[in-house]
Write a protein that binds this ligand. Structure first.
Ligand code: GLY
Length: 364
């Protein structure tokens, strides 16, 4: 069974295909695009596990792919990697009518998409995400970019892919920690849009952790429907609708930056961020007192830690103020009003954030 979700934006409309054993769908996507060259950007393990299937889908369209690999991990999402990939694409002769296939998790998708957005002033690309995190979030909606030392995703652009192919069978090789990592972003859709979805996701934890591909497909498809709707309303993140997806992320980006993108995974940081930001919302009187607890219980169900490591609150708050979501020196945050709804708050007071961080015993 393949579920097709159509995403419609001014920057491009395309299908998100979700299902089991669907890598071969790439043949049809390439047939429709008629590229004169294809480059796959991936990492070595994925090539070992799924390369045969993926490359066959490209060769079935009569194309011999250029294959480029990058090391796994957030530290590959850099300007240096993007530059090296552009040099290699040029050496190997990929032209303007070529297509890049981003075959990997969020790092590969963001990096390869960024390369597609600048190489020859922009070429086409397809997202073939291989982690829960990338299937439910990063591959959908055209945000591409790299990190700077100062913070995450500080350089990037919007480029919608030709298609997204989310094959849930490839999640069988995803380590459990990375599977749970993605579930933080899954739960986030529930926290911002639907309390019943939170209950559903928590209720199917055993099937998810057993990698039941049909339950995973149901979850991924639901998330992609949520995301397609939001991106359709606000492709360029200007009206506040898409900014709701940032729930938990202001704090998460600060934590990830402090750890230099090592030791902590994005979803793990988001889990901590969602609890912390819910506590900020409670302190501001935006939500009922039990909301942080409901969120904490759901993230704990997926064994996602919620307690941030002991770090100086001043350092964390300074980093939060360096995030892209700061406008006119004011911290803008998506904060919960209840489970299933968030609203943008344009000027979160620094002392409130400090108080909450102290309350969470971040003080080192
Ligand atoms: N990951 C947040 C967004 O796509 O807007």
């Amino acid at each position: 069974m393949v579920e097709t979700i159509h995403l419609r934006t001014p920057g491009g409309s395309y299908d998100i295909l979700v299902g089991e054993h669907i890598l071969h769908a790439l043949t049809g996507v390439l047939a429709a695009a008629s590229p004169d060259g294809v480059a796959v950007i991936t990492h070595p393990k994925l090539l070992e596990w799924y390369g045969t299937e993926l490359l066959r889908a490209i060769r079935d369209e009569g194309l011999e792919p250029i294959v480029l690999t990058v090391a796994a991990g957030e530290r590959s999402k850099s300007y240096a990697s993007a530059g090296a990939l552009c040099e290699k694409l040029s050496e190997r002769g990929l032209g303007r009518q070529g297509v890049i296939i981003a075959f990997g998790g969020g790092v590969i998708g963001d990096l390869a998409g960024f390369v597609a957005s600048v190489y020859h002033r922009g070429i086409r690309y397809v997202q073939v995400p291989t982690t829960v995190l990338a299937q439910v979030d990063a591959s959908v909606g055209g945000k591409v970019g790299v990190d700077l030392k100062a913070g995450k995703n500080l350089v990037g652009s919007f480029l919608q892919p030709l298609a997204v192919i989310a094959d849930t069978t490839v999640l069988r090789t995803l380590p459990l920690r990375h599977l749970r990592n993605g579930m933080a972003e899954v739960l986030k859709y529930g926290f911002i849009l639907s309390a019943p979805f939170v209950d559903f996701v928590v209720g199917v934890r055993r099937q998810v952790e057993r990698r039941d591909p049909s339950v995973l497909a149901e979850i991924v498809a639901a998330c992609c429907r949520y995301k397609a709707e939001i991106v359709g309303e606000d492709e360029r993140d200007t009206t506040g609708s898409r900014a709701r997806l940032n729930f938990g992320h202001t704090f998460a980006h600060a934590i990830e930056t402090i750890f230099d993108y090592r030791r902590i995974l994005h979803g793990e940081a988001v889990a901590m961020g969602m609890v912390t930001e819910a506590m900020i919302a409670r302190r501001l009187g935006l939500c009922d007192a039990d909301v942080p607890e409901v969120i904490r219980t759901a993230v704990l169900a997926y064994t996602l830690g919620w307690q941030p490591p002991r770090l100086p609150p001043e350092e964390l708050v300074d980093l939060m103020y360096r995030d892209k979501k700061v406008a006119g020196g004011k911290l803008v945050m998506a904060l919960p009003t209840r489970v299933g709804e968030v609203k943008l708050v344009g000027d979160v007071p620094r002392d409130v954030v400090m108080d909450v961080l102290r309350e969470m015993d971040c003080d080192g």
